[in-house]
Design a protein around this ligand. Structure first.
Ligand code: ZN
Ligand code: ZN
Length: 266
């Protein structure tokens, strides 16, 4: 059985020397692949290096997270396309995570509006790069579903290349994404007691496009809720979700792994 953690952050583990242990525990849990998702120039080069060193386990992406967007965003975004240039090896499997986040804005309304405008500018620029590369795009959307959808529509990026990661909207929103050809991927939130609407969204999307992720080190699934998350814990989300869909773990793993590898192209 093989699972893919389609969205994780490995910078802390890599910097503390904990990566070999983390990869080993993941493998024991059946999680043979993980996608390390970039958030800022700090982690892009690191992720390229660890994906080269762990070519049989780690793939990576490069993108500027909306919470990393500040006045100097343009200089950061200008570095992104370079990761796809011939000779840059290995090449990222997607651009992201990028998008919009209303949950971590400054408290004063004027400051919040200004930062949100910067987020939009950085998101628009990254969508345009993704469109010219033709790569998949990992979207981070919190409290900004409508704006994200509209900006993707305007960008000309093809919807089958889009994943809204850590999907935490409801059925209506996932049906809208599915109708366009996009998808959502799901974290350990699926296992939380109060997450009925997220479970309903996963079921409404169906197995055909389903991908699962840890978003480690955050959002540990039950029974590790509240602790530091890591790719091995994807197993708990997979077991829970297999039950939700009425499948064996093996069948669930086979289908979500095929979906993930087709989406990211590895
Ligand atoms: Zn995110
Ligand atoms: Zn993330």
């Amino acid at each position: 059985m093989t699972l893919v953690d389609t969205h994780t952050h490995l910078d802390a583990a890599a910097r503390s020397g904990g990566l070999p242990g983390l990869v080993g525990r993941a493998r024991e849990a059946g999680v043979h692949w993980m996608v390390a998702v970039g958030t800022a120039p700090d982690d892009w080069g690191l992720y390229r290096d660890i994906s080269r060193d762990h070519g049989d386990a780690i793939r990576y992406t490069v993108g500027l997270h909306p919470c990393s967007v500040e006045g100097g965003w343009q200089a950061a975004v200008d570095q992104i396309a370079g990761f796809w240039r011939p000779g840059s090896s290995p090449v990222p499997v997607a651009l992201g995570e990028c998008g919009l986040d209303r949950f971590h804005l400054p408290k004063d309304p004027e400051g919040a509006a200004a930062v949100f405008e910067l987020q939009k500018a950085a998101f628009r620029a990254q969508l345009s790069i993704a469109r010219s590369i033709g790569c998949p795009v990992v979207i981070h959307s919190r409290g900004a579903f409508r704006e994200c959808v509209d900006m993707i529509d305007e960008s000309g990026v093809l919807w089958p290349k889009i994943v809204f990661h850590c999907f935490s909207e409801g059925e209506t929103e996932i049906r809208e994404l599915a109708g366009k050809g996009g998808r959502g991927s799901f974290t350990g939130i699926l296992t939380y007691k109060n997450a009925d609407s997220v479970r309903a969204a996963a079921l409404a999307q169906g197995m055909e496009r389903l991908m699962i992720e840890t978003d480690a080190p955050f959002l540990s699934p039950v029974p590790h809720r509240g602790k530091t998350n890591e790719p091995a814990y994807l197993r708990h989300t997979a077991e829970y979700a297999a039950g939700l869909f009425g499948l064996t773990l093996e069948a669930f793993a086979a289908e979500t792994t095929a979906n993930a590898r087709a989406f990211y192209g590895f």
